[in-house]
Design a protein around this ligand. Structure first.
Ligand SMILES: Nc1nc2c(ncn2[C@@H]2O[C@H](COP(=O)(O)OP(=O)(O)OP(=O)(O)O)[C@@H](O)[C@H]2O)c(=O)[nH]1
Ligand SMILES: [Mg+2]
Length: 262
């Protein structure tokens, strides 16, 4: 059975870079891991995908064939991924890895809020253990109202996929340690985020964010925000431990190390 880890988050939040870092860490630990790139529009990737949707769907060809601009062609290309799920499944069966990391399209809404994402999650490998890593860009999460919008987005993904989810704060090297701690505290303690919202000068932002926060809490969306920097390879070891814990694949050795801490 393959453990499938989806990396999801808004454009540019660091999905592909984290795919590369996580892959490096997992392989260095001897975990049998492969990658799947589901972004038909990406030109450069910081890793070599073992399965690549671009061999089946070409953004340039979709633009030519349907006479579309890049945005329209991207919508069609991501929708077309669905037609290739059987190919991907067959390749996955051949590879038969213990772990599959799935790097998803830059335009998250095309993947998560149209048909492709939930269909892929449902049909890739029905026997698989699945986990979503939802990525928050630290640089954007610094403002309390933006943080709340990201929480809302993370919650929407939870309700679209119905798959266990871990939330990850990426690019922590772009902000100070103090800001990282503040954001982590917002996630941890609702009073902290309410205090921060009180300081928001823009009344519309403040009121709408408070309403969003209430809605998010109704979905009982909780959990830590795991801070990482993929470019500096910081927090990746800890993230992998959390991923394995969530998937229930910690080795006996890991469990023993954990027990020794207490
Ligand atoms: N400073 C810093 N930059 C990062 C980090 N992770 C990613 N980046 C940079 O952020 C930019 C976007 O990173 P990607 O990994 O391509 O992000 P993505 O979410 O895959 O982007 P799309 O697929 O286009 O949505 C690149 O310039 C990366 O080098 C990080 O931990 N620290
Ligand atoms: Mg990417």
């Amino acid at each position: 059975m393959t453990n499938v880890i989806y990396l999801l988050g808004p454009a540019g939040c660091g999905k592909s870079t984290l795919t590369a870092s996580l892959l490096q860490e997992m392989r260095s630990k001897g975990l049998n891991t492969i990658t799947l790139n589901l972004d038909p529009g990406v030109e450069f990737l910081p890793y070599t995908p073992d399965i690549d949707i671009r061999t089946h769907v070409s953004l340039a060809e979709v633009m030519r064939e349907y006479k579309l601009g890049p945005n329209g062609a991207l919508v069609v290309s991501v929708d077309m991924v669905v037609n290739h799920i059987p190919h991907i499944r067959a390749m996955l069966k051949d590879w038969n890895p213990d772990y599959l990391i799935v790097d998803t399209p830059g335009q998250m809404e095309l993947f998560a809020f149209r048909e492709t994402g939930p269909l892929v999650a449902k049909s890739l490998d029905p026997a698989s253990n699945q986990l979503i890593l939802f990525l928050f860009d630290a640089f954007l999460a610094k403002r309390a109202s933006s943080f709340v919008s990201m929480l809302m987005l993370a919650t929407s993904v939870l309700t679209r996929f119905g798959v266990p989810q871990l939330n990850v704060l990426t690019k922590t090297d772009t902000i100070g340690r103090e800001d990282v701690d503040t954001i982590a505290a917002w996630m941890d303690n609702r009073h902290r985020i309410l205090e921060a919202m009180d300081e928001e000068q823009n009344l519309i932002l403040r009121e709408s964010s408070l309403a969003l926060l209430e809605a998010v809490e109704k979905v009982a969306f909780t959990g830590d925000l795991l801070a990482i920097s993929a470019t500096k390879q910081e927090g990746i070891v800890e993230l992998l431990s959390e991923v394995q814990r969530a998937l229930g694949t910690e080795s006996e050795l890991d469990l023993q190390e954990e027990a020794e801490k207490f």
